[in-house]
Design a protein around this ligand. Structure first.
Ligand SMILES: Cc1cc2nc3c(=O)[nH]c(=O)nc-3n(C[C@H](O)[C@H](O)[C@H](O)COP(=O)(O)OP(=O)(O)OC[C@H]3O[C@@H](n4cnc5c(N)ncnc54)[C@H](O)[C@@H]3O)c2cc1C
Length: 405
């Protein structure tokens, strides 16, 4: 039984494995908002609701749901919880896991676990919902969730800054966080080639200046009396003075702000339109971001000099997408013989710097090799024990997440 939401996952978690007959269980028609509680600031949504529909339902109640990602028109609550999705505002609000207060889950034996509590405090033994969050449908089928809502955003200030190096990007991030605290709600790093791919894919508006790298910053607040514009201006002025930023533009309208975000979100589509890439989703401790970026460029220059790195991501979370594009004018097929070695190299670099080989996309089928190589034997043993306890007949999403489950 393979549960499927929007099927936007990037690791083939919702796709049946080759071999045994499997049933795809699509939850898209379970898409109701069951309840919004404006006192507790919670929403109970069914698994098939899309992320955009959830965001709109929250906005309709004068609230804000903060998880946001490029596939939000298609990705669904069950899939988002089952992958513990991240996206662009984890920095301030946390990933999907941080939003979940309670779950309703159908277990492998058909029983229903009603854990749909809205209680922020409930220390009554094991926190069972955590087993199902990020489990990629291998332990149970999520049918509904109680999620946190936040005050509506009253004002935003966004800027695109040019940064000469990844070190400078990190310093600008630190300066913005020091000034705005949790009011810094978005901080995305993009190398020049990455942003160019995104911008080429969005109609209208050219990049305002050239730079080896860019940082997209957004400050936001629910407080309409104190807009964040002056904070952002001060951070950028100081960064320009210190040479951490070489250029910057502040969005002058909501249209311009959305344009910046559209460029960032279109990078993957632009990359696909230009022939694709071997994709990676790594994280490293924040201070080691520059080392990671430099090490990837070294690896590619030494071993795959004809290939083109495409590096971008949620730098404030230490999470970068390190994609390696085929040689100019060649297709992904040309890269196929080297794909496994490239992935092994990039993942090993992240792990050697104290990082993770899969930061937000999960394991599914595509990251099982990394799981076998890098997850500790004790951790794998614990995961197998949990899988066996909850799904002894291996009915739920076989062949995913745990190698040789
Ligand atoms: C353009 C684009 C941008 C993206 N950006 C981001 C990003 O910034 N951050 C990020 O984290 N991800 C990102 N993703 C990946 C993807 O959108 C997320 O992983 C999302 O959470 C998947 O949701 P889905 O509904 O499509 O799940 P699916 O792909 O359908 O399923 C994902 C996994 O969850 C399981 N599952 C689905 N529904 C249930 C259920 N009801 N109960 C139990 N298990 C279930 C499936 O079996 C599978 O293992 C992006 C994808 C695209 C295409």
């Amino acid at each position: 039984m393979v549960p499927q939401g929007g099927n936007t996952g990037l690791v083939a978690g919702a796709v049946p494995i080759a071999g045994p007959e499997q049933l795809i269980l699509c939850l898209n028609r379970m898409n109701r908002v069951r309840e919004i509680d404006p006192v507790a600031n919670t929403i109970v949504a069914e698994a098939g609701l899309t992320l955009v529909e959830l965001q709109n339902a929250a906005a309709g109640a004068g609230r804000f749901f903060p998880v946001s990602l490029g596939a939000e028109g298609s990705a669904r609550i069950g899939g988002l919880i089952s992958t513990n999705a991240g996206g662009m505002q984890v920095l301030s609000y946390g990933s999907m896991r941080a939003q979940v207060l309670g779950l309703e889950v159908v277990l492998a034996d058909g029983r229903i676990w009603d854990g749909l509590t809205a209680l922020p405090k409930d220390n009554t033994g094991y926190d069972l919902k955590q087993f199902f969050i990020g489990a990629e449908g291998t332990l149970g089928i999520i049918t509904a969730a109680c999620l946190k809502l936040y005050p509506a955003i009253a004002a935003r200030a966004s800027a695109l800054a040019g940064v000469p190096t990844p070190e400078a990007a990190l310093r600008l991030f630190q300066a913005a966080r020091a000034a705005a605290g949790s009011g810094l709600t978005l901080c995305e790093y993009m190398e020049a080639d990455a942003l160019a791919l995104g911008a080429a894919h969005v109609p209208g508006g050219a990049l305002p200046f050239a730079s080896p790298g860019y940082l997209l910053l957004e400050l936001s607040t629910p407080d309409s009396a104190h807009t964040p514009d002056s904070t952002l201006e001060a951070v950028l002025a100081s960064a320009l003075e210190q040479g951490i930023a070489t250029d910057a533009v502040i969005a002058q309208s909501e249209r311009e702000r959305l344009h910046f975000i559209a460029w960032r979100e279109a990078i993957s589509e632009g990359e696909r339109a230009e022939g694709g890439a071997v994709k990676h989703d790594i994280s490293v401790p924040l201070g080691r971001i520059p080392e990671m970026v430099a090490a990837v460029h070294r690896l590619v220059a030494q071993k795959y000099p004809d290939c083109r790195p495409n590096i971008f991501g949620h730098v404030g979370d230490g999470n970068l997408h390190i994609n390696i594009r085929p040689p100019k004018g060649q297709s992904m097929a040309a890269l196929a013989p080297r794909k496994a070695a490239i992935t092994e190299g990039v993942e090993a670099l992240a792990v050697s710097l104290g990082g993770s080989f899969s930061a937000e996309h999960g394991i599914g089928q595509f990251r099982l090799t990394g799981m076998a190589a890098h997850k500790s034997p004790v951790a794998l043993e614990l995961m197998r024990a949990i899988k066996h306890a909850l799904d002894p007949a291996n009915r739920l999403n076989p062949g995913k997440t745990i190698p040789h489950a």
